[in-house]
Design a protein around this ligand. Structure first.
Ligand code: FES
Length: 206
């Protein structure tokens, strides 16, 4: 992984731009970003460790604590809240058996956090899970995706897509809503995560 990280700066006009994909790789490898991992990324990219830590703590897509294998990012901003997002969060917490966003389900599979607007208000209430958007949420849909993840034998996960040739796509409003579709917008990493809820983040000036 470090060899892969060391190759990243050559892909960018500004070598320091490689810090986010590098952190993304480290997180993918470790599950979350430990202080040691951030130090190693800084060394590999020949960057100041404080800068790397500043980036890691600014974006909510980077996790400094262990998370579930599948992390729900539930939007509880205005449009989603008006359409029942808080009830969705309550149901989700009960379904995965956690009390709050710092907890991981006992099987290690799930955790969640509430996030600000994900830019898909017309599909409210909505959330992101495993780099895909889920829209028009109901308690039954939450139960369904949890059951799917629990029953999945082989994860279709990031490495193949990340290191493949898929172009990034925007989760913007031009995305068509599939008839009856559950998930529809793929977000290709690296992307900055959604803004943290005020007062819950670990934002630190870079
Ligand atoms: S308010 Fe939830 S996506 Fe915009």
């Amino acid at each position: 992984m470090l060899d892969e990280i060391k190759e990243l700066p050559a892909r960018y006009p500004q070598p320091r731009s490689a810090v986010m994909p590098a952190l993304d790789l480290a997180q993918e490898e470790l599950g979350h970003l430990t202080p040691e991992a951030m130090s190693e990324v800084a060394a590999a990219l020949e960057l100041d460790p404080g800068y790397v830590e500043g980036v890691a703590t600014f974006y909510s897509l980077f996790h400094l604590e262990p998370t579930g294998k599948h992390r729900f990012y539930v939007c509880t901003n205005l449009s989603c809240a008006l359409r029942g997002a808080n009830e969705i969060v309550d149901h989700l917490k009960a379904a995965i058996g956690v009390m709050g966003p710092v907890q991981v389900s006992s099987d290690g599979l799930f955790s969640y956090e509430e996030v600000e607007c994900l830019g898909a208000c017309e599909f409210a209430p909505m959330m992101r899970l495993d780099h895909r958007y889920h829209h028009d949420l109901t308690e039954a849909k939450i139960d369904q995706v949890i059951a799917e993840r629990k029953g999945r034998k082989e994860e279709i996960h990031l490495p193949a897509r990340r290191r493949g040739a898929s172009p990034p796509r925007s989760p913007g409003r031009s995305v068509a809503k599939p008839p009856g579709g559950e998930t529809h917008v793929a977000i290709e990493p690296p992307l900055p995560g959604p803004p943290r809820k005020a007062g819950r983040g670990k934002r630190k000036d870079a």
